[in-house]
Structure formats: C-alpha cells, structure tokens
Design a protein around this ligand. Structure first.
Ligand SMILES: Cc1cc2nc3c(=O)[nH]c(=O)nc-3n(C[C@H](O)[C@H](O)[C@H](O)COP(=O)(O)OP(=O)(O)OC[C@H]3O[C@@H](n4cnc5c(N)ncnc54)[C@H](O)[C@@H]3O)c2cc1C
Length: 407
C-alpha cells in the first residue's frame, strides 16, 4: 500500500514559493501554494541576470523553456562615462531575462488547482515532532501540514513574528528602474548600447543597463537599474504619494508623485550618458525601490522553513536573489528526502547548509554597494576596489559558487 503523502503548505507564490512548490510536488508531496495577492502576479518591469545554476535549477523544478528563449544573450560588458568614453570593456556571456518571464515558466510547471490566490496568511504555529504545523488565514480558516515553507518575501511576516529575526536595514540608497522598448530609442542610443551590459558610476551613484525580452509581447526592451545615495528624509518624500500617504514598504509606480517622476527624468539627463537617459525619459513608468540588507541566524523552526528573500536579502549587485531562492528550495527538498529524518531534523540540516550561503551573498553585496552607500570607514577598501571599472564590471551579477546548491 502506498504510504500517505505528506502535506506541505507554501506561503507566497512568487520565485521562492514556486521553486519550492514545484520541487516538493515532484518529490511526491501534496503541496498547496497560498498567495496573498488576489490577482495573478504580473511583471514588475524588472530585468534579471541569469546564471548557469539558475537554468539547471529551473530544469530540476520541472520548468520547461520550450522553443522560447529565456531572454537576450549579451556577451559584452562596458563601462562608460557621462560623455561616452569607454573606460573598460570585457567579454562575459550572460542571458538577461525578466522577472515575469521566469515567473511564467515556474507557474506553468505547477498544478494550477494547487495554486491559490487571495490567501492571506496571518499566523503560523511551527508544530513539533508529533504535532503538525498550523497556518491561520485572514478569512478565519486554520490549515494543518507536515511542512510549512515561508516564501513570503523580504517583508515576511513569518520571519518577523515566528522567527523574530531582525528587521531589514536600509542601505542608504535606492534603485530607480526604467524599461523602454529598444525600437523606441533613437538610432544613436541603440548604437551606443548594442545589447551590451553597460555600467556608469560616480561615488554615490551607479547605473547598470541591459536589453531584456518583454514578457508581454516578446519585444526587446532596454532595462536600467540606477542606484542613488538617498538620505532617509529624501526617501520618505519619494515614498509619499500625492495624498500625503507614506508607503514605507514600497510605493506602487502609479502612486509616485508626478513631481518625483519628473525629477528622476531630469536627474537622468544631468547624470547619465544620453543613451541611458533616453531609457528613463521614454519609459512608460518609472519604479523606485529602497535597497536593504536582511539576514538571520536560522532558516528553520520545527516544521517551518524560511526560504528566498524571507530569510536573506542581498542587495541586487550580486544578482543572486532568484538563484538563491532556487538553491534554498533545492537544499530543503534534498534534506527532506533523506531516509529516516523527521521533518524538524531535516529542516535543521537544511538551515545549517544554507545560513552560511545567505550570509556570504549579503556580505558580498554590501561590499559591492559600498561605492554607492554613505561613507563608512570599515568599507573603505571595498570602495577603492569597486571604484575601479574593471573590478566592477567583472564581479557584478556573476554566480556565487554554492548559491544554486547544484554541482
Ligand atoms: C532592483 C532589484 C534588482 C534585482 N535584480 C535581480 C537580478 O538581476 N537577479 C536576481 O536573481 N534577483 C534580482 N533581484 C532580487 C529578486 O527580485 C528577489 O530576490 C526575488 O524576487 C525574491 O523572491 P521571493 O519569492 O523570495 O520573494 P517575493 O518575490 O517578494 O515574493 C513573496 C511573495 O509572498 C507573498 N506574500 C507575502 N506575505 C504573504 C502572506 N502573509 N500570505 C500569503 N502570501 C504572502 C507576496 O505577495 C509575494 O508574492 C533584484 C531585486 C531588486 C530590488
């Protein structure tokens, strides 16, 4: 007789939740994903740099790319000044995709009937060796499971309430993001960018830009991420909408005040090479995100695992967010599949494996961001190191060994 399937509940239906859901499903768990959003998650207009480990992790999770490419291949990285001088250039083959394209392939791999929107988890009880874990929802239901995976992102309630981990720490800078179809850029801008991975940097200010495939229509777009040192008072103003409401956890693009968007576009013309400034100028919308650090000392409590950004948030310079979420899910399912281990023991093994990886990603990202962050004597050597364009373009968004948890 087939043994009873173990039941898993996954909180959060984004990158980490879908990697975990797909891997657990393929390891014969009865798995349900609970996503707070009442509508399907859609594009955040953001580009994602891929790595070989990410492609392998997608394959392990059962996500099939089919005939469609994941993104745009680039093999040229270059560092330009405001007036177009190229200070450094090198060949680094990489594929650039979008957040939405990755999400689509992960959603398609997961059984639709087990993915539930509009499920807001309000409380989690971690259970123990004998008792199942319990999940409370805002509609009053209480669900039980052998395993609960908290993949509820960088503002995770589970991280805060159950694990009592420290809150996120603001880095001292924000990222402005813009995406414009490539064919809407002037011939001069297209010729300058040439589907390369571009960098521009002065102290307190760094821009990276690259081509991506638009998930909606398959067109090529040019995406930029522009980091700018921003003091907390200025940040508060940027995150306050036209009605005076402050959005400390992130402001939706449509609520950014017109004067703030106009200021960002004017600043782009003042600070960036005209090709990159054009991307900001012509972008349908402009996004802004505060850049934070998040870390913890354990990723498991009894029957509850913390994965992805709910456990560690590494600044985007290392480009590890998605591959780290995948690696967490792979390590967790590997530990859960070991013979003779109960769920709490398996999750402890998983936590011991992944906590050092999370710390490494956060530390490397802080070192890379030191050039942009407010001055800090302890980071002086890293400021000097990453001020050198060669070091910057060689080390940004390359896979950190071990993060994908694949050999
Ligand atoms: C500027 C910028 C650039 C980046 N560039 C890259 C890059 O190039 N490469 C890369 O790999 N990564 C990059 N990242 C990071 C990457 O986007 C994240 O690491 C990744 O999306 C984290 O996935 P996640 O599933 O852990 O969290 P999230 O994507 O935040 O998902 C959490 C989900 O949980 C849901 N949820 C929250 N609370 C509840 C609840 N109570 N009940 C039910 N559901 C809930 C949310 O609605 C959400 O869908 C970048 C990030 C930024 C800010």
């Amino acid at each position: 007789m087939k043994t009873k399937q173990k039941k898993a509940l996954v909180i959060g239906g984004s990158m980490a939740g879908l990697f975990a859901g797909n891997l657990l499903f393929r390891a014969d768990w009865d798995v349900t994903i609970l996503e707070k959003s009442s509508v399907p998650l859609v594009s955040r207009g953001t580009g994602i740099a891929t790595h070989p480990g990410l492609i392998k992790a997608l394959d392990a999770a059962g996500a099939r790319l089919g005939q469609q490419s994941l993104g745009i291949d680039t093999d040229r990285r270059f560092f330009n000044t405001m007036d177009g001088e190229i200070l450094a250039e090198m060949v680094v083959p990489q594929q650039m995709t979008t957040w939405a394209r990755l999400l689509n392939v992960l959603v398609q791999a997961f059984p639709a009937a087990q993915y539930h929107l509009g499920q807001n988890v309000t409380q989690v009880w971690d259970g123990d060796n004998q008792q199942p874990a319990r999940v409370h929802l805002s509609d009053g239901r209480v669900l039980e499971a052998d395993l609960v995976v908290a993949a509820d992102g960088n503002r995770s309630d589970v991280r805060r309430k159950l694990f009592q981990h420290p809150p996120l720490r603001y880095s001292g800078y924000v990222a402005w993001r813009a995406l414009t179809p490539r064919d809407q850029l002037s011939p001069a801008a297209q010729e300058f960018i040439r589907d390369g991975f571009g960098f521009q940097q002065v102290p307190g200010d760094q821009m990276v830009g690259y081509a991506v495939l638009s998930p909606e229509d398959g067109q090529v777009g040019v995406n930029i991420v522009w980091y700018r040192r921003t003091d907390p008072e200025q940040l508060r103003d940027i995150l306050t909408d036209a009605k005076g409401v402050h959005h400390p956890e992130g402001i939706p693009p449509h609520l950014l005040r017109p004067d703030v968007v106009q200021w960002a576009r004017t600043e782009a013309r003042r600070m960036l090479h005209p090709a990159w400034a054009e991307v900001v100028e012509k972008s349908r919308e402009v996004l802004v995100q505060s850049i934070n650090d998040g870390w913890c000392d354990r990723m498991a409590l009894q029957r509850v695992a913390l994965i992805g950004d709910s456990a560690f948030v590494a600044r985007p310079h290392v480009g590890q967010g998605v591959v780290k979420a995948a690696g967490d899910a792979l390590a967790m399912v590997e530990c859960l599949s070991k013979d003779g281990l109960k769920v709490p023991q398996a999750l402890n093994e998983f936590s011991d494996l992944r906590v050092p990886v999370g710390h490494l990603a956060v530390k490397m990202a802080q070192q890379m961001g030191a050039v942009i962050a407010p001055p800090n004597a302890e980071m002086a050597e890293w400021v000097q190191y990453f001020t050198d364009p060669i070091n910057l373009i060689r080390e940004t968004a390359v896979e950190i060994p071990g993060v994908a948890h694949l050999v």
